[in-house]
Write a protein that binds this ligand. Structure first.
Ligand code: NI
Length: 388
């Protein structure tokens, strides 16, 4: 049974994960990470390995004796510029960099699946291609697009992947048909006015007042323009203006992010933001520069592939392990780009532990329950093996 073999390799998976965790590398610098992945693949054997695909990306392929489809499994490799505060015995040795998004687990899970598949090579129909992708955190030019351009999806019939999920308890694997992760856009606005003495406001143009009106007015995009049945978030995360209490602020800089699932909503939000900004600045007499950057697209799961994934989880780990995700996340993922090219699905691997506080992804205290490692490995291996 795949589940028994996966459990038996748990000790090895924990060692592997803790090794990755100790040596995190940021986007586009995953050199020792890639070397560690390759070493493990070579130890496993049976894989044809291509290194240095779009930077430090790796493709590894294993073929079965029988003809069949090509299925791709993907893990991302990069870490974040965060000072780790977990206090774990395997804390990051690369100070200021941390695997705070669980990509150390993603690589480990995929390598675990690689071993399970190699041990079952005789059962593979067709080809399994493993994609170790760098630079996932490099929004908007993430590694997925680079790996695709380098041919990672050539001949692929379907693709699957998973992200560790602290909100799901360990033992649960989440899936959802349709949107599961959001599109993420970033905007930066600089308003220009005219500075003058605070006692003589008629002599200047106040960017604090204009900026504040923009912050208030932009709230109506979600409440008044987007359908109540569709989802969108606009958050202004920073607002800087002025130098002194008794001087009108000449400049104001406002930055924020827009998160959406549907392309039509995404376009609407941007269009309304531009119009509101332009209208307020015209009315207030300020000028402005707007930088609106399109980040990752929304990650949209193919319904049939999502159903196949869930069924595989049920038959591999048991009925209770398969969890239907009710609401998608407003976080974003460049797995979106694979799903724009090929059918597939992206799931959530429960790593929440009831005994310790569950910190969110990108937290300096993120702590995952390592029991999820064998569960994830068994799931991905079964997803590849059962695909017909
Ligand atoms: Ni991530």
């Amino acid at each position: 049974m795949i589940i028994d073999d996966a459990k038996n390799m748990q000790k090895h998976l924990v060692e592997l994960r803790e090794d990755f965790h100790r040596h995190p590398e940021i986007s586009c610098q995953e050199k020792t990470t890639a070397a560690r992945v390759v070493k493990e693949l070579q130890d496993i054997g049976g894989y044809e390995i291509s290194e240095n695909v779009y930077g430090y990306g790796i493709l590894a392929e294993i073929k079965g004796p029988k003809e069949g489809k090509t299925i791709a499994l993907r893990a991302d490799m990069d870490a974040l510029q965060i000072v780790e505060e977990t206090g774990l015995p395997f804390v990051s040795e690369n100070h200021g960099v941390m695997h705070a998004c669980g990509h150390d687990c993603h690589m480990t899970v995929l390598l675990g699946a690689a071993r399970l598949l190699q041990e079952r090579q005789a059962e593979i129909c067709g080809t399994v291609r493993l994609i170790f992708q760098p630079a996932e955190e490099n929004n908007p030019t993430g590694g997925a697009q680079g790996m695709i351009a380098a041919g990672a999806l050539e001949g692929v019939d379907a693709i699957f992947g998973m992200h560790v999920w602290p909100d799901l308890p360990v033992g649960a694997i989440g899936m959802k048909a349709g949107p599961i992760m959001a599109a993420s856009d970033h905007f930066s606005i600089t308003m220009h006015g005219k500075s003058c003495h605070a006692a003589q406001p008629d002599a200047g143009i106040d960017t604090v007042v204009a900026g504040a009106q923009f912050v208030t007015a932009i709230q109506t995009v979600v409440s008044r323009n987007v359908s109540p049945l569709k989802a969108a978030v606009i958050t202004i995360g920073s607002f800087y203006a002025g130098s002194r209490y008794n001087i009108l602020a000449e400049e104001c800089v406002i930055e924020g992010t827009c998160r959406t699932y549907e392309l039509s909503v995404r376009k609407l939000v941007e269009e309304r933001l531009r119009k509101i900004l332009d209208g307020i600045c015209t009315g207030m007499g300020t000028t402005y520069d707007l930088k609106y950057d399109h980040g990752y697209m929304a990650t949209i799961n193919d319904p049939a592939m999502a159903a196949y994934f869930t069924k595989t989880v049920e038959t591999t780990l048991g009925k209770n392990a398969a969890v239907t995700v009710e609401a998608p996340s407003m976080c974003s993922e460049d797995f979106a780009y694979y799903l724009m090219e090929k059918p597939g699905a992206f799931g959530w691997l429960g790593v929440g532990n009831r005994e310790c506080a569950n910190y969110p992804l990108h937290s300096s205290k993120l702590c995952v329950d390592e029991e999820a490692l064998w569960q994830g490995a068994a799931t991905l291996a079964a997803v590849a093996l059962n695909f017909k």
